[in-house]
Design a binder for this molecule. Structure first.
Ligand SMILES: Cc1cc2nc3c(=O)[nH]c(=O)nc-3n(C[C@H](O)[C@H](O)[C@H](O)COP(=O)(O)O)c2cc1C
Length: 183
């Protein structure tokens, strides 16, 4: 099945597909843009079907059978990159990374709402997601998150868990230009 791809305002690509790897293979067969994508990328130099990230990946697992996809596992890389300890985030939805301050109750205005809606749509429809969005460490430092979400199915095809793989890098943005009331 052909997934959908959108180029949004900042010119970045989002993928929401039943099977993102299949999408990538199709692109390559079609003489697609793989060379362009690999240039300057920490993600994947990929002999065969395997990914060899240059940096250790953060990942989290969420329960897809509970409302709002609560986190049930985060690895140490996630804790180190985000500054949040596992016990602070287990049971919560991962959207807190879009808040600049842990006490904030809403997304930072520089977090692209188009990407967030695309994540929501992929989760609702049981599709994989790949895209890039702005996140924040617990101390407020902005991070670029190249996020991949992959649904895990049981034998009946029900999505039971979502794995989120995050590749974080420094975000060179000037947050002082944004005026935000309440963070
Ligand atoms: C397993 C999993 C991992 C996620 N990881 C992130 C993440 O690292 N950063 C982020 O901003 N959103 C992440 N999300 C997406 C948010 O949790 C949320 O689904 C998204 O913001 C859309 O929903 P909302 O509009 O209700 O916030 C993740 C979701 C899941 C299920």
């Amino acid at each position: 099945m052909k997934g959908q791809e959108a180029v949004h305002g900042s010119g970045k690509r989002l993928k929401c597909a039943k099977n993102v790897e299949q999408e990538q293979e199709n692109e390559e067969e079609e003489g697609g843009e793989e060379e362009e994508e690999e240039e300057g990328s920490e993600l994947p130099s990929k002999p065969g079907n395997f990914y060899y990230p240059m940096v250790p990946s953060a990942f989290v697992v969420s329960d897809a059978l509970e409302p709002d996809f609560p986190i049930i596992y985060v690895n140490t890389v996630f804790e180190n990159f985000t500054g949040y300890r596992a016990d602070e985030v287990l049971g919560r939805n991962c959207r807190f990374l879009q808040y600049r301050d842990p006490r904030a109750q809403r997304r930072h205005p520089l977090v692209d709402p188009v990407v967030v809606s695309e994540i929501r749509r992929c989760l609702e429809e049981g599709f994989e997601f790949q895209g890039e969005l702005l996140n924040f460490r617990k101390d407020g430092t902005p991070l670029v998150n190249r996020l991949r979400l992959a649904p895990i199915h049981d034998d009946d095809g029900t999505v039971t868990h979502i794995i989120g793989i995050q590749v974080f890098s420094e975000a060179n943005i000037d947050l002082s230009r944004v005026s935000v009331s309440g963070f």
